[in-house]
Write a protein that binds this ligand. Structure first.
Ligand code: FAD
Length: 390
């Protein structure tokens, strides 16, 4: 049986989240644009927490968090749908009650110290694997952790770490066995900021900048290893791989909203005696965007469905990420074009979306790395052409 309809619960949640985002989050858009234009944080202190608390009252808390930790335990498909609805606004809102999936690999004591306070919003984490000399080639990281009695001493530099400026602890990946490297010699450590690592903001074209992290003889007790010694690289790949479909999922929401803006503008803006909607070039922009948006939606839901059904979703997730993020970049460009000079101003959010969406083609595996994965799977016969539907 093949069924393209969303389930009743999927539709109800989608509708409810849309209402929440429209009623509670979108009204903040003007304020966010103004704050950012004046170099202030997008949201006032505490505003995100208030929004999250409001969402919790509606029942939206810990979307992916297991029920035993007070979450919704929504499956991957539901998570993709919710991410799409949240992606309809550029307000830096996220539902509360979540923690990075690898924190569930912690011991009971680590769960109490890191996982649960993160879910509750009392602590903030960041995930640090990228280094100045190792981005796409994450297997080549050089940050080093050396055993000293009951401790490890970490030295190294990390770059482009999201939340690295705000986090009070880091999940950092360092080489513990240089002979083995990524094949059994990389370990993940939970390291409090108070243990001595430092962060420096990195200005970027997007509004939320990442950080460079510096570790100089940072001493970490052995029981701060997350997972097993030497198994860090697998953990890192698990973290990134399991959530890859969430990136195009959010981009779909942004593209939908922008396409709606384009339709409204095309119908209302007149040029040379008629609405620009009557011009075929404009219609082409709208039609191409709609076609690509639908294609990205089904690719993403398919990848999420595979994750939910515990299938090997790596190939499909790479396809969804590559296509979905490029789709959103093409859509924002066309929609900006349809808005003419106004599209280029800071009056409208399009230039902001333009800058933000550009990142999606770079982090969590660049376009080229997704292409490499897809091509290698096919060329080596790991995946047959069309087999994702088998
Ligand atoms: C805003 C932002 C937030 C980020 N957040 C995090 C985070 O929280 N934690 C974290 O650890 N990292 C994070 N990153 C890092 C991100 O994952 C890397 O930037 C990304 O993996 C690319 O690595 P790189 O920048 O070193 O580019 P490089 O790997 O140097 O790539 C340069 C170019 O070469 C291409 N290339 C590289 N290798 C190949 C190949 N084998 N085949 C074909 N082409 C290739 C790339 O696709 C790219 O076009 C973030 C980055 C940014 C910009």
């Amino acid at each position: 049986m093949i069924d393209f309809a969303l389930g009743e619960e999927h539709r109800a949640v989608k509708e409810a989240v849309r209402q929440f985002v429209t009623k509670e989050v979108m009204p903040l858009e003007d304020q966010v644009l103004l704050n950012e234009r004046n170099g202030r944080p997008a949201l006032e202190p505490g505003q995100l927490k208030d929004l999250q608390a409001k969402a919790r009252k509606y029942g939206y808390w810990g979307i992916n968090t297991p029920e035993e930790y007070g979450g919704m335990a929504a499956g991957a498909v539901m998570s993709a749908i919710i991410a799409g609805e949240a992606g309809r606004t550029f307000v830096p809102f996220r539902f509360g009650g979540s923690a990075d999936n690898i924190l569930y690999a912690g011991t009971e004591a680590q769960k109490q110290e890191y996982l649960i306070p993160t879910i509750e919003g009392d602590r903030r984490s960041c995930f640090a694997i990228t280094e100045p000399g190792a981005g796409s080639d994450a297997r080549s990281i050089r940050s080093r952790a050396v055993r000293d009695g009951d401790d490890w001493v970490i030295n190294g530099e990390k770059v482009f770490i999201t939340n690295g400026n705000e986090a009070d602890f880091v999940m950092v990946f360092a080489v513990t066995d240089p002979e083995r490297g990524a094949d059994g010699g990389v370990t993940c450590f939970l390291v409090d900021r108070a243990m001595g690592w430092e962060s420096t903001p990195i200005p970027t074209m997007g509004e939320w900048g990442p950080a460079a992290l510096s570790f100089q003889d940072v001493r970490v007790p052995n029981d701060h290893i997350l997972g097993e010694e030497g198994k860090g690289f697998e953990l890192a790949m698990q973290w990134i791989g399991n959530g890859r479909f969430m990136i195009p999922a959010g981009a779909i929401g942004a593209a939908e909203r922008m396409l709606e803006m384009a339709i409204e503008h095309a119908n209302n803006r007149h040029s040379m005696g008629q609405a620009i909607a009557n011009y075929q070039f404009i219609q082409g922009h709208i039609a191409d965007s709609a076609v690509e948006l639908e294609a990205a939606r089904w690719l993403t839901l398919h990848a999420a469905w595979q994750v939910e059904n515990k299938m090997d979703a790596r190939h499909t997730s790479s396809i969804a990420k590559l296509y979905g993020t490029n789709m959103a970049n093409r859509v924002v460009d066309r929609v900006l074009q349809i808005h003419g000079g106004m599209g280029y101003t800071k009056e409208l959010p399009l230039e902001r979306w333009y800058r933000e969406l550009r990142l999606l083609r770079i982090f969590e595996g660049t376009d080229e790395i997704q292409r490499r994965t897809i091509a290698r799977n096919l060329l080596k016969g790991n995946v047959k052409v069309g087999a994702s539907l088998a």
